[in-house]
Design a protein around this ligand. Sequence first.
Ligand code: E4P
Length: 219
Amino acid sequence: MKFFADTADIPAIRELAEAGLVDGVTTNPSLIAKSGADFLEVTREICGLVDGPVSAEVVALDHATMLREAEVLRKIADNVCIKVPLTIDGLKTCRALTGEGTMVNVTLCFSANQALLAAKAGATFVSPFVGRHDDNGFDGMSLISDIRLIYDNYAFDTEILVASVRHATHVLEAARIGADVATMPPAVIKTLANHVLTDKGLEGFATDWGTTGQTILRD
Ligand code: E4P
């Protein structure tokens, strides 16, 4: 499963990239607002930090203006992936862009039927929002299972990009189901390394090593 960083925070992306823990990046208008950065400049900088897809979202609601915005965004770098909303205008824009070889991430997906439409429109990625689904009393992970089943039934190429990930259990369940990608805040990626027994084991090794009086670096 690929890991995307769900952020426009440059130092956080750089740190994950150096650790080999990031295969791509997703942004949205809220994350850009939170960063306080210029959208086009920060997107260019992110594209230089990771080799994989960097999702940059259009803000227009109509097809014609979405296409004009996408034209600006896709010129930023070859690894820009245009993010469009799961609306009829967004799907129309998706079809037009993928037809020209541009990657498209169809976002704000909350039902399996919506995901079916995204695949039929030729989306590179579909982004079902599991956290927001859970927040509203639905079962985000059953949505991912349904989409996996449907995409496998018809051999759709669209990748399932699990979004709105809140915690490590979301990541584990998405991987069990066979989702293609999980996008998550850098803090969630880091929590995946945590285990109480790892900490306890390190403490024990440090204590026992201390009793030997040895060092590895001897210069
Ligand atoms: C990513 O593509 C989505 O925009 C993001 O994961 C949404 O996350 P949120 O529900 O925590 O805002």
